[in-house]
Ligand binder design. Sequence first.
Ligand code: DC
Length: 225
Amino acid sequence: MSFNVAIDGPAGAGKSTVAKRAAAARNLIYVDTGAMYRVMALYFLKKGVDLKDEAAVTEGCREIEIELRYENGVQQVYLNGENVSGQIRTEEVGAAASVTSAYQPVREKLTELQRKLAETEDVIMDGRDIGTCVLPGAQLKIYLTASSAVRARRRYRELEEKGIDCRLEEIEKEIAERDWRDMHREHAPLKQAEDAVLLDSSDMTLQQVVDTITGLIDRKRGTLE
Ligand code: DC
């Protein structure tokens, strides 16, 4: 049986950075499910599909084939055969993903893919609904969060480092909107699973969060041996 770790939490909590490091440290495959939702959104944006038109989005789902490949240990996402890993990291695609991920056909398609992966591989999977919906039987569940002010400041610094012009107030507003949409949608909203460990990283360094998570993994594996 495979060993599965689920990490959920709001945008900007640092899930992907932390999950990537913990996965490398403990020989687990890191699966970024947000990237999958972003790929779907990228397709709709490229095709000019109205994101509010659920029927058009549903129809579009049939034309999309998503594939995850691991190249030098790094997850690459392919959209209909094209590597789009570099194209999905914009704020525009993130916001679009938050809208289209609310539709059930989008979620069904990706949930199936995610479950298949976790069935055969030892994974750390991060997202919004991994512990509650995708992998309810995951051996370890973590809900990683931070205050919205801290998350906005981290995002701001990230964008600044990439040389992208941005305003902190604008990012704060976008984060608040994204949180609201992700938490209030009908299907698989963001929420902490009852059996998840709550980790608030507002006052923790990246290394402290990684150490806490690898510690939890070691303890859990120890009890399973
Ligand atoms: O984590 P991220 O910013 O890459 O995610 C982009 C959007 O995708 C997020 O706003 C909500 C959606 N998402 C989701 O609904 N379920 C997941 N498991 C992962 C992401």
